[in-house]
Design a protein around this ligand. Structure first.
Ligand code: ADP
Ligand code: MG
Length: 681
C-alpha cells in the first residue's frame, strides 16, 4: 500500500489515520498527504533547554517533571484554581492554573511531562503559573526537543496532528523534490524532504531556520516563474500603437481648471510611452482617494480617441459611472469632443441601450463609460483599443478577455485602484504588472479629525452625528454585515445599528445599504444619498468605492478592528471632500483605544504607509484581490524581507531566461498549474 502513496493521496489511505481522524483533519482543510506535511506550525515550544528544580530562577522556565496530587476548587468570585505538585530528582514545585478546570481530569499522574511557564511568587510561595504541559511520551525525539504547536479546532488536538504528521513521514519517506538538483546545490538550499521534516521535528533553531528558508524560497521562486511565464504569454498578443500627440496633450492640459501634480505628469508620461508600443499595456495606477486618477486615465483615452479608436471606461457602480461620465463630458466639452462620449448602465431602458450600442458599432462613440452591464450587453466594439477599469478590486483581466474583439489585437489595459499594494507584495504577486503610483494629492482637502472610540463612549459619536445632521450635513455609518459573537447575541451588524439609529434620530432620513441587497436597490439608496434625500446611510463596506458626496462630514465605523487599515483609510476618504470640517470615528470594543494598528490611523494619513503596517501585522491575506488568485496560501515568506525576495527573484529570472524551466517537467507543471489559477496575465 505505502508504495502507492503520493503527495496527492487522501490521508485516509495512511496507516494510523482512520475515518474519524480523517474527518477531524478535513475540518481543518487538511485532506491530502500534501496538505498535512505543508501544515505549518503556528509556533514552537522550546524544551531544548531544560532546568532542574534546584536550579530554578524566577522567570520563564522549561523543565521535565512528574506530576501528582492534582486538585481543583472554586474560590471567591467564581475563580477556579487547579493546583498540582511537580517533582524531579532534585526537588518539588507547585503548579497553579487559573480557570482551567479541565486540567484536573486531563493530567496523567506519575508520568513525565515537559512543563513550561513562569516561575514566580504566588501567595508568598514560588510556583509555576499557568504552565503549558506536554507528555514526554508524545515527543518524537527525546532530547533537544523543540515542539511544534499547530492551529487546531474542537475536533482535533495538537497531539493528534503531531502524530498524524509522524505517520505520514514514516510512510512517505521520499517526497520528490521539484527543484532541480543543480539549483539546490548552487543556491545552497536544503532538499525538500529535509526541510519539511525539520519544519515539524526540528532538533535546533538552526534546523528550523534552514527549513523555513527553503520553503519560502520555493514560494517566491515559483511565483516569479509564474509571473515571467504570464508576461511571456502576454507578449504573444498585440495592441494598437497609439501615437502621442503633443499638441493635443498640451491643449487639454491648458484647458484644465487646475494644474496637474508632478506625480500625475510622470504617470501620464509613462502611460503614453506604453501606448506607443504594440506590446499590450498592463498597468496598475495606484493612488489614494482624491489623488486624481481619473484625469490621468482620461488623458490616456484622449490619445486613443485622437486615432478614432475606442475606449471603454468601467466603473464598479452606476453612481460612479454617472459621476465619471459627467466629469469627462465636462472636460472634453472644451475640445468639442463631448459628443464622442456616452454612458451605458444597467438601469437604462432597452431603447436607450440600443441607441448607444448602435452608435458604438458605427464608431460614432469613442469613449463609453459604463458598469458591468456593458460586458453583459452584446456590444460591438470594432475599434476597441483601450480599457480602463476603475476600483474593481480585480485587475481587469477578465474584462479584457470579455471585450476582446478579435484574436490578433487586445486592448491596452489600465487599472485604477485606491488600494495600495506594499512593495514586497507587488514584487511577489504582481511581477508581470507595471505599477505606477500617484504619491501626492492635488488639493490636500480639509484635515479630517480622526478619533478612536470605544463603544462605551458611543454617545459622544452620536452627539457629533446629531449636530452635523442638524447643520444639514450628511453621515456615513459603516458596520460589518453580520457579526459572529461567541458571547450571545450579535449586535453591531448593519440591521441592528440601523434600527438603533432610527430610534435615536426619528427626525432624520436614514437609509440602509448592504451587499445582500439587489444591485438596483443599492444604486437607488446610494443615489438618494448623493442627492441629499437621505441624511444618514448605514452601510457595509460596499460604499467604499470612490463615490463623491462633498456634503458628508461624518464617517463612523463600527468594529473597526475587523477591517484592513487601507480599507479604513479609504472609507475615511469618503469625507473631508469639501471645506466643511469633517470627523472620522473608528469604533470598537474597550480595547480599541489601546490597539496600535487602529491608532496608526490617527497618526498617518497615507494609504501606502498604512498598507505596509497592515502587511506587517496581518500578513498578505489582509489584501483584497489576493484571495481571488488562489495563492493566498503563502505560508513561509516574510514579506518584510525585501532583499530576500529580490534575491530569489533574480535567481528565478536567470533560470527562466536561460530556458531551464522547460527541462524540468515537474517544476514546469507546477508553474503551469499556478499560472492557470493566477489570472493576472
Ligand atoms: P481618485 O484618484 O480618488 O479617483 P479623482 O480622479 O476623482 O480622484 O479626483 C478627485 C478630485 O480632484 C476631482 O474633483 C478632480 O477633478 C480633482 N483633481 C484631479 N487632479 C487635480 C489637480 N492636479 N489639482 C486639483 N484638483 C485635481
Ligand atoms: Mg476614483
Amino acid at each position: 500500500m505505502s508504495s502507492s502513496i503520493t503527495l496527492d493521496s487522501q490521508l485516509t489511505y495512511i496507516k494510523g489515520i482512520g475515518p474519524v481522524l480523517g474527518q477531524a483533519l478535513a475540518s481543518l482543510g487538511i485532506i491530502t498527504v500534501k496538505d498535512l506535511i505543508y501544515y505549518a506550525p503556528r509556533r514552537y515550544e522550546d524544551f531544548s533547554n531544560l532546568v532542574e528544580i534546584k536550579d530554578f530562577r524566577p522567570g520563564l522556565i522549561s523543565t521535565k517533571l512528574i506530576i501528582n496530587n492534582v486538585v481543583g476548587r472554586y474560590v471567591r468570585n467564581g475563580l477556579h484554581i487547579t493546583e498540582a505538585l511537580g517533582s524531579d530528582e532534585t526537588g518539588s514545585v507547585k503548579l497553579i492554573w487559573f480557570n482551567q478546570p479541565y486540567r484536573q481530569k486531563s493530567i496523567k499522574t506519575g508520568v513525565n511531562y515537559y512543563v513550561s511557564g513562569k516561575f514566580e511568587l504566588s501567595s508568598r510561595r514560588f510556583s509555576i503559573m499557568n504552565p503549558a504541559l506536554e507528555l514526554e511520551s508524545d515527543f518524537p525525539i527525546v532530547t533537544n526537543a523543540i515542539l511544534p504547536v499547530y492551529k487546531v479546532n474542537k475536533n482535533i488536538s495538537v497531539n493528534q496532528i503531531r502524530r498524524s504528521i509522524r505517520n505520514v513521514f514514516n510512510q512517505v519517506d521520499q517526497i520528490e523534490d521539484f527543484m532541480p538538483s543543480d539549483l539546490i546545490k548552487k543556491t545552497k538550499i536544503e532538499n525538500l524532504t529535509t526541510a519539511l521534516r525539520n519544519l515539524h521535528f526540528p532538533e535546533s533553531i538552526e534546523d528550523l531556520d534552514k527549513a523555513k528558508y527553503r520553503l519560502s524560497f520555493d514560494e517566491i521562486f515559483s511565483l516569479t516563474l509564474v509571473s515571467l511565464k504570464n508576461r511571456d504569454l502576454l507578449k504573444k498578443n498585440h495592441s494598437s500603437i497609439v501615437e502621442f500627440n503633443s499638441a493635443l496633450a498640451q491643449k487639454f492640459v491648458g484647458l484644465l481648471p487646475f494644474k496637474l501634480t508632478n506625480s500625475q505628469r510622470e504617470v501620464i508620461w509613462r502611460i503614453y510611452q506604453d501606448l506607443e508600443h504594440d506590446l499590450p499595456m498592463n498597468r496598475l495606477l495606484e493612488g489614494d482617494v482624491g489623488s486624481g486618477k481619473t484625469v490621468v486615465a482620461l488623458m490616456a483615452a484622449l490619445m486613443v480617441m485622437n486615432k478614432k479608436w475606442q475606449t471603454v471606461f468601467l466603473a464598479p457602480t452606476e453612481v460612479l459611472a454617472r459621476q465619471h461620465y459627467e466629469t469627462i463630458t465636462k472636460l472634453l466639452a472644451q475640445l468639442n469632443l463631448e459628443s464622442k462620449v456616452d454612458l451605458l448602465v444597467g438601469s437604462m431602458t432597452k431603447k436607450q441601450k440600443e441607441l448607444v450600442k448602435d452608435r458604438l458599432k458605427s464608431n460614432e462613440i469613442l469613449l463609453v463609460v459604463g458598469t458591468h452591464a456593458l460586458l453583459e450587453e452584446d456590444v460591438k466594439l470594432n475599434n476597441l483599443a483601450f480599457l480602463i477599469v476603475d476600483e474593481q478590486h480585480r485587475f481587469g483581466v477578465e474584462q479584457r478577455k470579455k471585450l476582446q474583439v478579435n484574436s490578433t489585437k487586445i486592448p491596452h489595459l489600465l487599472t485604477l485602484s485606491a488600494t495600495p499594494i506594499p512593495r514586497s507584495l507587488a514584487l511577489t504577486f504582481f511581477g508581470e504588472l507595471s505599477i505606477s503610483r500617484l504619491s501626492e494629492k492635488p488639493n490636500e482637502t480639509t484635515q479630517v479629525e480622526t478619533k478612536v472610540v470605544s463603544e462605551t463612549n458611543i454617545n459622544s459619536v452620536y452627539d457629533v452625528i446629531k449636530k452635523e445632521m442638524t447643520l444639514g450635513h450628511q453621515v456615513f455609518v459603516v458596520c460589518p454585515l453580520i457579526i459572529k459573537s461567541n458571547i450571545g447575541q450579535s449586535k453591531n451588524d448593519v440591521n441592528s445599528i440601523y434600527n438603533e439609529l432610527t430610534r435615536l434620530f426619528p427626525k432624520f432620513r436614514l437609509g440602509l445599504m448592504h451587499g445582500k441587497l439587489p444591485a438596483k436597490e443599492k444604486e437607488a439608496v446610494m443615489r438618494q444619498f448623493v442627492r441629499h434625500e437621505l441624511d444618514l446611510i448605514v452601510s457595509t463596506t460596499v460604499i467604499e468605492v470612490g463615490v463623491d458626496v462633498p456634503n458628508a462630514t461624518v464617517m463612523a465605523i463600527f468594529n473597526s478592528d475587523s477591517f484592513g487599515l487601507a480599507q479604513l483609510h479609504q472609507l475615511r476618504g469618503r469625507i473631508g471632500r469639501s471645506d466643511l470640517k469633517s470627523y472620522c470615528f473608528f469604533i470598537g470594543d474597550d480595547d480599541i483605544t489601546k490597539n496600535e494598528r487602529i491608532k496608526s490611523l490617527v497618526k498617518l494619513n497615507n494609504g501606502f504607509e498604512l498598507a505596509e503596517i497592515d502587511l506587517k501585522m496581518r500578513g498578505p491575506g489582509a489584501f483584497f484581490g489576493l484571495s481571488q488568485h488562489g495563492l493566498t496560501d503563502l505560508k513561509f515568506v516574510e514579506f518584510s524581507d525585501l532583499s530576500f525576495i529580490r534575491s530569489v527573484k533574480a535567481v528565478a529570472q536567470q533560470f527562466f531566461e536561460t530556458g531551464e524551466l522547460q527541462k524540468y517537467k515537474q517544476l514546469n507543471n507546477k508553474v503551469n498549474q499556478l499560472s492557470s489559477i493566477k489570472t493576472l496575465d
